[in-house]
Ligand binder design. Sequence first.
Ligand code: ADP
Length: 375
Amino acid sequence: MKDDDAAQAGTGGQAGAGSRRGLEVRDVVVLYRDDDGTTKAAVDGLDLDVAPGEVLALLGPSGSGKSSLLRAVAGLEPVAAGSITWDGTDLAGVPVHQRGIGLMFQDGQLFPHRDVAANVAFGLQMQRVPRAELARRVAELLRLVGLAGFGDRDVASLSGGERQRVALARSLAPRPRLLLLDEPLSALDRALRERLADDVRAALRATGTTALFVTHDHDEAFAVADRIAVMDLGRLLQVDPPARLWHRPTSQRVAEFLGYEAFVPAASPTGRALLDLVGKQGELLALGPGSLTRDQGPTTAPGPARSTAVPSPALTGTVVTAGFRRGVVELVVDVDGVGRVTLVEPSAGTHLDAPAPGTVVTLHARPEAIAVVGG
Ligand code: ADP
């Protein structure tokens, strides 16, 4: 069996009980040699902590070095400099299958000739878990991943989502002290991915598993993680819990990567007005989807006038596109002095009741949805 097969099946699993410091990555460098002999740092002096029981998402564009870091932690890639420790014990020189680390990949790489139960049981068999205990644990894990009763199924008969659920159960079965997940949902379609992201989180939570979850999809990172580490060019740009990361991106690069669409310098007239509105200090404002609302015209409703408690600067813009998306209407509007921002509006009926491209609209800002970069 290859080293990474052993790690995926979690044959080196150990109980996480007694863990105190978890994973500590210090100043780690991973180098690759190109064909012309030059070396390139895929991971470039990186520090990262994952606390016991924590789920940390490593989020970054393709090629930013996420997999290289994950493979270095697993022991599948040599570390050129720095250290990787678990509870203070250096993992250098510890073979892959003795690290107590589980691995799960985009393609779960199930054993094709074993049924579902036997796939999940694999790591437990390697640990010589007694038969009755093994059967009980396999049933418990299949229940945990939403596949109760699937034990006898041939893995070839499973859907993509079901296969990844089996892979998750298999990697959790030996209770790895750390589970490394490398883009485990990227091969699935969006709706399935969203549901499975919630289920993966629930399974990691229920088992108290410490996990490092690599993804290039910010929605997935937000759904799964306790904290998110944003990676670019082999380094970490910011590490924070999801809400803090979203509301306080430390740089424009981080904000762009999280899905913020438009950036307004605080020194511009629009920027000054927006900064007053959000009531913060800073030099750059970031606007994401839903940060602006359309002025739907004067209200004719009887009774007190609609609240204007927050003085919102009126912005104008031109509708670029309008489309129906999963129960809402999304308008992309080119906002004067701001740039393109997506508006998200409730969809009232069966037809698209949005303004046509080219329509000039008046907009208001939603202060709670605007971030001050570095603020
Ligand atoms: P990510 O997981 O974020 O997509 P990777 O860790 O796979 O990033 O890759 C980081 C960088 O290292 C990329 O530029 C990639 O081309 C390069 N790289 C990855 N694996 C190898 C390899 N085996 N040989 C040479 N270069 C590699």
